[in-house]
Design a protein around this ligand. Structure first.
Ligand SMILES: Nc1ncnc2c1ncn2[C@@H]1O[C@H](COP(=O)(O)OP(=O)(O)OP(=O)(O)O)[C@@H](O)[C@H]1O
Ligand SMILES: [Mg+2]
Length: 414
C-alpha cells in the first residue's frame, strides 16, 4: 500500500465558503474526495466583516467536505484576496560568494531576499515572493540558476503584499471554526493551477474570476504570475442593477438573473417574455427578456472595460496573447464569453479544472476553481513530489521554486 495524504483547500468568498478535500496518492496524483459549500455573509470582497458568521460558514463547509470524504483534515490551505492585496514585480541582485564557483541554493535565496527589499508599510506584510526568472552574468532567461557558474545572480520576482489585519482576521475565523490555518495563498494564483492548461502559460493569459462582489484579474506568462489586481464589481452588482431598474426585490432580481439571464442579449428573441414580480404588486407582469439581458450586458461590459484598462496599464494586453480565461460563479452566466470577447476584442474561453480526478459536476464548475486550486497547492506542499497528472506535472518545477519563497516567508509570519 502506498502512502496516502489528505489535504483541504478553503475558499472564503463573498457569497459562499467552499472546501475541497482531496486524497494525494504516493505518486502525487490528486483525487477529490469531498466538497462542502455553505452560504457566507461574513466576508465582503475578501475582508472579514463578521467573524462569527464567517466561522460558522467555514465550520459548515469543512464539515460537509470532510464527512463526505470520511476523514478529518484539521489543517486548511486558505485562499486570500481583496483590495488590500498588492502585487509588484521586483528585482534582486547578489554577487556569488565563491567567485567562479557554482551558484548555490543559498545564493538564489539571497537574491530572492534582495528582491523583497521593497518599502512595505508597517501594516502590510509580504505574502509571497514568487521568482519569475533569473539573469546570470547578464544572461537573461535563466530558469534554474543553481549549479550554473557565474559571478552575479539577478532574480525577477513577483512580490505580493497583504494587509496584516486582513490576514489575521481570516486566520481568526478559521481557528474559531476549530481548524488550523496551515497556509494562506493568493486566490487567483491557486485558481490558475486549477483552471489553466500548460499551453496557457507559454502563450500568456489573463485569468478573470468574476465572483459575487469582486473580479480578480491575474496575468500569467511563461515565467508564472506577472500581474494581479482586484476590480470591486461582481455578480451582486448585476443583481442590484436588475433590482433597481425593474423595481423588484434582491431575491427576485437574483432569480431573474439565474433563470433568465444572459450577457448576450442579441441571442435572445425580441418577443420572448419573462414573468417579473415587482415590489408592491400582487400579480407577476410580463417583461421583455431581451431588456433584462441588456441590463446584465451593460454591467458585464463595464467589468470587462475595466479589466481591459487594467491589462493595458500593466502591459499585459501584449503579454496575454492567449486572451482571457473566465472563472468564478458569474462566468456560468450564458453569453459571458461572447460579451467579454465583444468588449475586449480578445479571445475568451471558460476555464475548467484539469489534472484531478473525482470531480463531480458541481465542483467542475467555474465557481469552484479557486477551492480546487487551493487543494492542489496543498497537495503539492504535502508531497513535494513530481508525478501529478496533467497541468500538475508542468507546474511542479515552478511550484518547487515557489516553495523556496515560502521558506523565506516563514520569517514574516506565514
Ligand atoms: N448560472 C449563473 N448565472 C449567473 N450568475 C451566476 C450563476 N451562478 C452563480 N452566479 C453568480 O455568481 C456569484 C457568485 O460567484 P462566486 O461563487 O465565484 O463568488 P464568491 O467566490 O463567493 O465571491 P467573491 O469571489 O466575489 O468574494 C453570485 O453573484 C451568483 O449570483
Ligand atoms: Mg471568489
Amino acid at each position: 500500500m502506498g502512502r496516502e495524504t489528505w489535504v483541504a483547500g478553503l475558499d472564503i468568498g463573498s457569497s459562499k465558503t467552499c472546501c475541497v478535500v482531496a486524497r494525494v496518492g504516493d505518486g502525487g496524483e490528486v483525487a477529490v474526495a469531498g466538497v462542502g459549500v455553505a452560504a457566507c455573509t461574513g466576508v465582503r470582497r475578501g475582508a472579514v466583516v463578521d467573524i462569527e458568521l464567517t466561522a460558522s460558514s467555514i465550520r459548515e463547509a469543512v464539515g460537509r467536505a470532510t464527512s463526505q470524504a470520511g476523514v478529518a483534515v484539521p489543517a486548511l490551505h486558505v485562499g486570500v484576496t481583496g483590495e488590500h492585496i498588492v502585487g509588484q514585480n521586483s528585482r534582486g541582485v547578489t554577487a556569488i560568494v565563491d567567485h567562479g564557483q557554482e551558484i548555490t541554493e543559498e545564493d538564489r535565496q539571497r537574491a530572492l531576499r534582495q528582491a523583497q527589499v521593497i518599502v512595505v508599510p508597517p501594516d502590510r506584510t509580504i505574502l509571497h515572493a514568487l521568482p519569475r526568472g533569473y539573469v546570470v552574468d547578464g544572461h537573461e532567461g535563466v530558469r534554474h540558476p543553481v549549479g550554473m557558474s557565474g559571478a552575479r545572480l539577478e532574480v525577477e520576482a513577483h512580490i505580493v503584499t497583504a494587509g496584516q489585519t486582513f490576514l489575521a482576521n481570516i486566520r481568526k475565523c478559521v481557528e474559531r471554526a476549530g481548524y488550523y490555518c496551515a497556509d494562506m495563498f493568493l486566490e487567483p494564483i491557486a485558481a490558475g493551477d486549477a483552471a489553466l492548461a500548460a499551453g496557457d502559460f507559454s502563450q500568456g493569459v489573463c485569468l478573470v474570476d468574476v465572483g459575487a462582489e469582486a473580479t480578480n484579474v491575474a496575468v500569467f506568462d511563461e515565467l508564472g504570475i506577472y500581474y494581479t489586481s482586484v476590480v470591486a464589481l461582481g455578480g451582486r452588482h448585476i443583481t442590484a442593477d436588475i433590482a433597481q431598474l425593474l423595481r423588484v426585490s434582491a431575491e427576485e432580481a437574483e432569480r431573474l438573473k439565474l433563470c433568465h439571464g444572459s450577457a448576450s442579449p442579441a441571442t435572445v428573441a425580441e418577443a420572448e417574455l419573462v414573468e417579473v414580480h415587482q415590489i408592491g404588486r400582487a400579480d407577476a407582469r410580463p417583461f421583455r427578456r431581451r431588456a433584462l439581458c441588456q441590463i446584465i450586458e451593460a454591467r458585464v461590459r463595464e467589468i470587462f472595460d475595466i479589466v481591459q484598462d487594467e491589462m493595458a496599464g500593466c502591459g499585459a494586453d501584449v503579454r496575454a496573447t492567449g486572451g482571457i480565461v473566465l472563472i468564478g460563479g458569474t462566468a456560468a452566466m450564458p453569453g459571458m464569453r461572447e460579451c467579454a470577447a465583444a468588449q475586449t476584442g480578445l479571445p475568451v474561453r471558460l476555464g475548467g479544472p484539469a489534472g484531478v480526478s473525482g470531480l463531480s459536476d458541481v465542483v467542475a464548475g467555474p465557481a469552484f476553481c479557486t477551492a480546487l486550486g487551493l487543494a492542489l497547492r496543498a497537495a503539492s506542499v504535502s508531497t513535494g513530489a513530481a508525478g501529478h497528472g496533467g497541468l500538475f506535472a508542468v507546474l511542479h518545477e515552478w511550484w518547487r521554486r515557489i516553495r523556496g519563497a515560502f521558506r523565506l516567508d516563514a520569517g514574516t509570519g506565514h
